[in-house]
Unconditional design. Structure first.
Lengths: 278, 306
């Protein structure tokens, strides 16, 4: 009897999860299949799969001919990778200082840095724009990198500090006896050990940066500094009737973040679970 | 060793970059914005201190207050939908996913999280396409099952546009509560579950009586994350309905109101002082929410140490 109910339950579980998976993936599926179809076929039957008789790459050709798209991609990539690098490096350094050393004001410093987890950086936009105007950084990628680094740091410090507390003290002390400097201990002993946590932080930091529309729109809307997200938004506005091109642009914008997500996803759940156990 | 207690410079070196960037671009601008919300221009265009006048206008002067209260009410409804739809669905999916020995769990988990990684531009556009009465996949699909009469241009109607967009946002972000609750469920030790099974508590009652109380702290965290995220939202409304948050401001939330006020739109010029006042109000709302969570809810939740 128990076997039968558990079989029924498994089937029900799969049915529910499969249904929801379809709901989750359906819109992405619609974009991608239609981006490979001719204009007529898109309108005639939006749900038909691309077949030899309706297959058409005209959308991708339009996007690639535009030329700017590569620049947008490059901008997004530079901004995301540079911000990610600084968030991980600075975040790990601060997390190490907070978790390793006892000094006056340690707890206070931890709280100060954690404040940013709850208070969104967007609320300071008005003043951020003034700072950027004053320093001449408007319409530069540097402005975006600086803002995103500040935005990502609080959560990075918080998560990494939790993990660094669990790194064995014996290991670090052995390093000290061997005469390693505190910097060497951090870079060669501790950093490699917290790699799973770094992957978790990387995913949580990367997605909002890649997808952000607010700061590119406000701080760097110029043609040469547009990110993919902003570029796609403007593109949709200009090519609103050229659906082939819009669908192709959107498909292209999905690819990079999807690839990165699939690479990191294994580490992601491991990182979250390890964090939750604490 | 010359001095017995040398200054530990390395601590400062480790902390300095993070603290500097964070202070310069997050803390100072935040307080700069709050300070600016207390200023305004006088007749000669000089910046003068006006106290709480901007806030008084925002809350009481009909030119501003109608839009502000409208945005606040819409934002609250946006949040309520997330709490009532997104979080229960996320918890349910996580509970099903954490069934022991479930095959393909990793696949489902990865797939359901995919909408969360998509940019708002993609999400806004694709749902506009699906729900469009002209190209519309939705009317076609409803027609196929004989329910075409149910279809309406949901995004274009004042009564339904906000709810529709909130549900789109739910679709996009359901992966976050799912992941966090899933991780919390996995961290419940096997002994606890085994003990429950010994006592004959299985299936649904096991979830309600054993697991749910244990994951309450995680539910608290997703609630406050939802709150902060929703009262700071902007992008989805902007890409789907534009800065004017149409139809007739029925989807206007605090984020779009702030954007319009600060940068101006169409014939209205931007107003950094009133913009700051709106940002200051959002800061206050989020702060109150976070404080209620930290002091009213979190301290009352019992945490179990395993």
């Amino acid at each position: 009897m128990s076997a039968r109910t558990s079989l029924g339950r498994t089937i029900a579980a799969h049915a529910i999860l499969l249904t929801y998976t379809m709901i989750a993936l359906f819109p992405v599926f619609v974009i991608v299949i239609n981006s490979f179809k001719s204009r007529k076929a898109i309108f005639a039957d939006p749900l038909a799969l691309p077949m030899p008789d309706n297959f058409d790459l005209v959308g991708y050709q339009t996007v690639l001919k535009q030329g700017d798209f590569f620049l947008y991609f490059q901008n997004s990539l530079i901004v995301t990778v540079a911000s990610l690098f600084f968030v991980l490096l600075f975040g790990a350094m601060a997390a190490f200082a907070l978790s390793e050393y006892r000094f006056k004001g340690n707890t206070l410093m931890g709280l100060y840095l954690a404040l940013g987890i709850m208070i969104p950086i967007r609320l300071g936009t008005v003043a951020i724009l003034e700072i950027m105007v004053a320093t001449g950084l408007v319409n530069t990628l540097t402005a975006l990198i600086l803002v995103y680094t500040a935005q990502g740091l609080p959560l990075a410090v918080f998560i990494l500090a939790e993990f660094m507390k669990s790194v064995s003290h014996d290991l670090k002390n052995a390093g000290r006896i061997d005469g390693l400097s505190e910097y060497r201990i951090f870079f060669t002993l501790v950093l490699p050990l917290v790699r799973p946590a770094m992957a978790t932080v990387a995913v949580f930091t990367m997605i909002p940066i890649w997808n952000d529309l607010w700061f590119p729109l406000i701080l760097a809307p110029a043609e040469h500094t547009k990110t993919v997200t902003l570029g796609a938004q403007v593109f949709i506005g200009q090519f609103v009737t050229n659906w082939n091109a819009v669908l192709a642009a959107l498909s292209l914008a999905i690819v990079p973040v999807l690839v990165l997500y699939l690479i990191f996803s294994r580490q992601l759940i491991r990182g979250i679970t390890a964090g939750a156990v604490k | 060793m010359a001095s017995r207690k040398p200054v530990r410079w390395h601590i400062a070196v480790f902390l300095a970059p993070a603290v500097l960037v964070y202070t310069a671009l997050m803390i100072i601008p935040l307080f700069g914005t709050l300070a600016q919300s207390l200023m305004n221009k006088d007749a000669t265009g000089e910046r003068v201190f006006v106290g709480l006048q901007n806030f008084a206008r925002l809350f009481g002067d009909a030119i501003w207050s109608d839009a502000f209260w409208n945005a606040l009410a819409n934002n609250t409804w946006f949040f309520v939908i997330h709490m009532l739809v997104q979080n229960p669905i996320g918890i349910a999916l996580a509970a099903i996913l954490s069934t022991p020995k479930l095959r393909m769990a990793a696949f489902y988990r990865t797939a359901i999280f995919i909408p969360t990684i998509l940019s708002f531009v993609i999400v806004g556009f694709v749902w506009k396409l699906i729900l469009s009465p002209i190209w519309g996949i939705a009317p076609g699909m409803l027609d196929a099952v004989g329910l075409k009469f149910l279809f309406a241009p949901w995004l274009g109607r004042e009564e339904t546009a906000l709810t529709t967009l909130a549900l789109v946002s739910v679709w996009q972000f359901v992966g976050i509560p799912m992941m966090l609750i899933y991780a919390a469920l996995l961290s419940i030790p096997d002994e606890v579950i085994e003990a429950a099974e010994m006592d004959g508590i299985t299936g649904w009652s096991q979830f309600w009586k054993i697991k749910l109380p244990l994951i309450l702290p995680s539910i608290g965290i997703i609630s406050i994350l939802t709150f902060v995220g929703n009262f700071n939202a902007f992008d989805l409304i902007y890409v789907a309905q534009g800065a004017l948050a149409g139809p007739d401001f029925s989807t206007d939330i605090l984020g779009t109101f702030l954007y319009r006020t600060f940068f101006g739109f169409q014939l209205q010029l931007g107003d950094p002082y009133m913009g700051s006042a709106i940002a200051g109000s959002m800061f206050g709302i989020i702060l109150v929410g976070v404080c209620i969570y930290l002091f009213g809810i979190q301290t009352r939740l019992r945490r179990y140490q395993f």
